[in-house]
Design a binder for this molecule. Structure first.
Ligand code: ZN
Length: 75
């Protein structure tokens, strides 16, 4: 391979960009939020004591048994 003025800059730059891309990919995968099932909030009905999950991440959710609005249990 002939070492030209352009190659002396383009080749190291290419490997640096590949390295930066690999780091970005690594941290992007690591920073992903956990699965939906883990993020679901737990609710306990004040009226009928029914315990249920809601994946919508809302402060209040209707009880599937009696329809009462309940606050999420903090964990
Ligand atoms: Zn209920």
């Amino acid at each position: 391979m002939q070492v030209t003025y352009a190659n002396a800059f383009v080749v190291p730059l290419f490997f640096n960009l590949v390295g930066i891309f690999a780091c970005w990919l690594y941290y992007a995968i690591r920073a992903r939020p956990p699965r939906e099932g883990i993020r679901a909030k737990i609710y306990r009905c004040e009226k009928c004591e029914h315990v249920y999950l809601d994946k919508r991440d809302a402060a209040l959710a209707n009880c599937p048994r009696c329809g009462t609005l309940n606050e999420a249990i903090k964990r």
